[in-house]
Write a protein that binds this ligand. Structure first.
Ligand code: EPU
Length: 343
């Protein structure tokens, strides 16, 4: 087991902020987990699990504990029948690699299984998929998740959990709420995909892309390519510009609030969702620089670390954006990425 000391969290996360982590251990096989947790428990130190670090922001004080970096690899076909297939992916695989694998699989009649093609190019690992019920362009992890295998560090044993035990909601699961936080290391995720293709109507921007090009073949590969093109044109690549995907969650309103919003000319989708990107753009903040953090010109929901020196720069930028939107619309935006470490 490879143990490193005093590693800056900035080096492990795509937002590239954050002080040192006392220890970092790379988990390469399931069996490393018992040893790694034993190491941490022996020293009475907390643990934190990182995948590719694309949805986590490090705080300045660093983390006086053990970061477990997920390097578990492998994608396997579990079983299949006339209409569907189950794929099991180790949690350290990139989600996009699992999507690629699924759209290229021969299904007996053609290539590709449907269910995660719209999640193409979502940054992050397969392990993050159930944690925040990853969703994009009309698909969401919840629709395809069959089960997960985890290491439970409270009971010090491996467990198998079915999807309906995970309390999956918008960017929400047992893994990012309450007692579940930090308790489970997800080792693998099983998804159930179907032989059928998606049918329109699609997510607004995806539909517009297909219509403009008169595309009527909705095979998983075609949808994957379309989503990849839309994302490339709209979302900054965290490998090029330091960022963490959507920095704010969308706003969800109840029926009364939604009616009031619509009366004011605010767009409300799916009965209650207000796109925070719209609110930020309308508040005139696109392209603005706050303390070295820039509101992306392409997608207002994304915050880019141009030259922020610390987490406190980011915290001030966040406050400025949240206040501007609150003053104009009365909604208090909430941060989407998780945080690690002391302030
Ligand atoms: N909009 C603007 N200006 C902007 C951005 C968006 O006006 O700069 C408005 C537009 O009306 C647009 C609507 O917001 O039609 C929705 O925008 P988009 O389809 O780009 O999606 P989003 O709500 O900004 C969410 C997810 C993304 C996911 C996309 C596509 C959250 C927090 N974000 O963004 O997920 O890729 O939908 O499904 O739910 C992520 O979580 O890191 C992420 C990128």
């Amino acid at each position: 087991m490879n143990i490193r000391e005093n590693v800056p969290i900035a080096e492990l996360t795509t937002m590239r902020l954050g002080g040192p982590a006392r220890y970092v251990i790379e988990i390469e096989e399931d069996k490393d987990l018992a040893e790694a947790y034993h190491f941490a428990q022996d020293k009475n130190l907390p643990t934190y699990i990182l995948g590719s670090g694309s949805n986590v922001i490090g705080r300045d004080g660093g983390f006086d504990g053990v970061i477990l970096v997920n390097r578990l690899r492998g994608i396997y076909v579990i079983d299949s029948d006339q209409t569907s297939i189950r794929l099991c992916a180790k949690s350290g695989e990139l989600l996009d690699d699992l999507v690629e694998y699924s759209v290229k699989l021969w299904n007996g009649e053609g290539f590709g299984y449907s269910g995660i093609e719209a999640l193409s190019k979502v940054p992050g690992t397969v392990g993050a998929m159930p944690v925040q019920n990853v969703g994009a362009y009309g698909q969401e992890a919840k629709q395809v998740l069959h089960s997960v295998c985890v290491y439970d560090c409270r009971d010090n044993c491996f467990k198998h959990m079915m999807a309906d035990e995970l309390d999956l909601g918008y960017r929400h699961s047992i893994f990012n709420t309450g007692d579940g936080v930090g308790r489970y290391f997800i080792t693998s995720v099983t998804v159930e995909l179907r032989k059928t293709q998606l049918t329109p109507p699609f997510y607004t921007s995806l539909q517009a892309y297909l219509d403009e090009r008169e595309i009527t073949d909705y095979s998983p590969q075609v949808i994957r390519d379309a989503v990849a093109a839309i994302r490339a044109s709209k979302l900054p690549d965290p490998a090029v510009e330091a960022s963490a995907g959507s920095f704010f969650k969308n706003v969800y309103l109840n029926e009364t609030e939604a009616k009031a919003a619509e009366a004011k000319g605010i767009p409300v989708w799916d009965g209650g969702k207000v796109p925070s990107g719209w609110l930020i753009e309308q508040a005139g903040l696109k392209g603005k620089d706050y303390f070295g953090m820039r509101v992306s010109e392409k997608a207002a929901l994304v915050l880019i670390n141009d030259h922020a020196k610390s987490y406190s720069d980011l915290a001030q930028a966040r406050e400025a954006i949240v206040s501007a939107v609150f003053e104009k619309y009365g909604y208090r935006l909430e941060q989407e990425p998780m945080e690690i470490g002391e302030a």
